[in-house]
Design a binder for this molecule. Structure first.
Ligand code: PLP
Length: 391
């Protein structure tokens, strides 16, 4: 029995590289993991008030199916937390942002339709497009300008088959934050060509200094879907709670109906965990500054350690917990080979830039700077030694 052909294009580098590391670990090697964006694998904990609410829901027999679009109180809370007016009906609660993206893109894209995705960008977007047999056109983010969105490059890619543009802000894997002007330029292109903008804002609260501008605050005349959830700032990735909001529902009632039909067909997202949404959005946010204090010193340590290594340069991330440093010279076999050689020789685990759809021929690797400073320090020292040896 053979799997369907379109699966050949579904790749997820983050987990593929982890499989190699698991093999090395089984052979007794200690791995310094700077590869997975799960804060719970490090010294971050889910806020206790959220755990209490979910535990109570489990005990109180709230274990049945919930409505396919989500628990009412959760939808109301997401609508109320939005910076722009939303109705409960505009909100769909999903199994993480992953499923929200899947529902939105499946509702929008026919086979052969084109979707504009950031490069570098989060690989799930490409995986979903591959499954839908949609065509991906990657728009480059400009490393020289701090990984800025280059609207001119986007405009050149639009064809009559283009349906949607995905924006990831703050971005995974670069940690860059889009400016108001960049977002307005994207919205201008969408307006001109009647494209839907999907704004993935899952890292919107994990900011160092810059402000985050929600795309929805900049236009009410462009088809716009915003995605967010509890996995990152609310430290509950395993609960699989996310949502999508239709910010301009009047411009896309049929797409909303399509999302509702898909949501109905899969019954519902995980019910008991949806009870955490209201207290997450309306309760104490204390854990966020606490998290950012830790992340700031880890980011600063990472940047200074990396900049001290000859042959590596890095744009300082402004949000989230990722950076995408560059190797100044070509590595034989590309950046995947670099990451594999590094982990085999030193146990330090990153993900190669190519896994994030980075332009062919460029040499990058993604660092997750969630680990504690002693681990990061050790990892970058080993990287420095490895770079020196391979000169
Ligand atoms: N979007 C981006 C940019 C991400 O980095 C991630 C996870 O790392 C997701 C979506 C998936 O989020 P979730 O855990 O809510 O499915």
């Amino acid at each position: 029995m053979q799997p369907a052909r379109h699966i050949a294009n579904v790749k997820y580098a983050i987990r593929n590289i982890a499989a190699e590391a698991a093999k090395l670990e089984a052979q007794g090697m200690k791995i310094l993991s700077c590869n997975i964006g799960d804060p719970l694998k490090f010294d971050f904990q889910t806020p206790p008030h959220l755990i209490e609410v979910v535990t109570k829901a489990l005990r109180d027999n709230c274990n049945q199916y919930v409505p396919s679009a989500g628990l009412k109180e959760a939808r109301v809370a997401v609508a109320a937390a939005s910076k722009t007016p939303l109705r409960m009906e505009d909100v769909f609660i999903t199994s993480g942002v992953s499923e929200a993206l899947d529902l939105a893109l499946t509702s929008l894209l026919e086979e052969g339709d084109e979707v504009l995705l950031p490069s570098p960008g989060y690989p799930l977007y490409n995986a979903i497009a591959a499954r839908l047999r949609a065509k991906v056109l990657s728009y480059p983010l400009d490393e020289e300008k701090g990984w800025a969105i280059d609207a001119e490059a986007i405009a050149k890619l639009v064809t009559p088959r283009t349906k949607a543009i995905v924006v990831c802000n703050p971005n995974n894997p670069t940690g860059a934050i889009a400016t108001r002007a960049q977002l307005e330029a994207v919205l201008g292109i969408a307006r001109k060509h009647d494209l839907c903008v999907l704004s993935d804002e899952i890292y919107d609260r994990l900011l160092f200094d810059d402000v985050h501008v929600p795309t929805s605050t900049l236009a009410n005349d462009v088809p716009l879907i915003t995605l967010n959830g509890l996995s990152k700032a609310y430290l509950a990735p395993g609960w699989r709670v996310g949502w999508l909001t239709f910010n301009t529902p009047k411009l896309m009632p049929e797409v909303m109906t399509a999302v509702q039909r898909l949501a109905d067909a899969r019954l519902c997202g995980p019910g008991p965990f949806q009870y955490a949404i209201k207290p997450a959005l309306e309760g104490s946010q204390q854990h966020v500054p606490a998290m950012m204090t830790k992340l700031r010193s880890r980011r600063d340590l990472m940047v200074s350690k990396l900049r001290a290594i000859p042959g590596i340069s890095v744009v300082e991330p402004k949000g989230a917990f990722y950076a995408l440093p560059r190797l100044d010279k070509q590595w034989e076999g590309g950046d995947e080979q670099f990451v594999l050689s590094l982990v085999r020789e030193t146990g330090v685990l990153f993900v190669h830039g190519e896994g994030f759809g980075q332009k062919a021929g460029t040499q990058h690797f993604r660092v997750v700077f969630l680990p504690q400073e002693n681990v990061l320090s050790e990892a970058f020292d080993r990287l420095a030694t490895f770079m020196k040896k391979s000169k």
